[in-house]
Design a protein around this ligand. Structure first.
Ligand code: SF4
Length: 235
């Protein structure tokens, strides 16, 4: 895992507010990171690889591209873990080049509803959609991720909206392999206190295992009724 510092989003459920700042972290060149990775020779002889996460990796697109190129040149599998924030990319070519060097796209959906997306993240969902279009062009294997927030996106209506959104992406041509459901937790709360930041979900309880099981079953059933012939792992 490589964590790139800096994120322009402000997700209300973020448990890593310490990754937001662009001035924290260690400055380094892509070349020096690649050198370090090369020392872990086990990667090149196994099915493993390198996942570049954040913060938001697309916030540093040129560095990210250089890193991905270097990894692919060394025969190392690549994954990027992103919320899909390409607003600062100068042109589609850069984003397409990044996704063409990415073996696996881990994309956090945030919300299938654009108004709720803005409410939860403080930014528009058009960036994420842009990443999806580029992933379709590149036919990048994609695992969708979704944070399940008790009482906020757990209603039958919300599950139905999510399932329909997933089906829409499939119809558009996104090469989806999996949907990973991430239960909301409160482990990052102390970081907000340490950084003197307001935590807007202070009263929201963590998702219990039982609630998660029920949610997963409902989503599975809803997806099976909408897209019965399309295999999609939900975990
Ligand atoms: S995109 Fe990730 S790092 Fe950025 S605010 Fe949201 S959850 Fe936090």
């Amino acid at each position: 895992m490589i964590f790139l510092q800096g994120c322009p989003l402000r997700c209300s459920f973020c448990h890593n507010p310490d990754s937001w700042s662009t001035t924290a972290g260690q400055l380094c060149t892509a070349e020096s990171v690649l050198e370090k990775i090369s020392r872990f020779s086990a990667y090149s002889s196994s099915n493993g690889g390198v996942t570049i996460s954040g913060g938001e990796p697309l916030f540093q697109p040129c560095f990210l591209l250089e890193l991905l190129f270097g990894l692919k040149l060394r025969g190392i599998n690549t994954a990027i873990d992103t919320s899909g924030w390409p607003h600062q990319l100068e042109n589609d070519c850069l984003l397409t080049a990044i996704l063409a060097q990415t073996d696996l796209l881990l994309l956090d959906i945030k919300s299938p509803d654009s108004a709720e997306y803005k409410l939860l993240t403080g930014t528009e969902s058009t960036g994420r959609d842009h990443v999806i279009y580029s992933a379709i062009i590149c036919q990048t294997s994609t695992w969708l991720r979704h944070v399940v927030l008790p009482g906020l996106n757990t209603s039958s209506e919300a599950i139905s909206k999510l399932a329909n959104w997933i089906y829409e992406q499939h119809k558009l041509g996104l090469k989806m392999e999996k949907v990973s459901l991430l239960p909301y937790h409160r482990l990052g709360l102390h970081k907000y206190e340490e950084l003197g930041l307001k935590y807007s979900l202070r009263d929201m309880p963590a998702m219990s295992d039982n609630e998660m099981d029920q949610y997963k079953q409902k989503l599975n059933r809803t997806l099976a009724s909408i897209m019965p012939d399309i295999p999609l792992a939900i975990e």
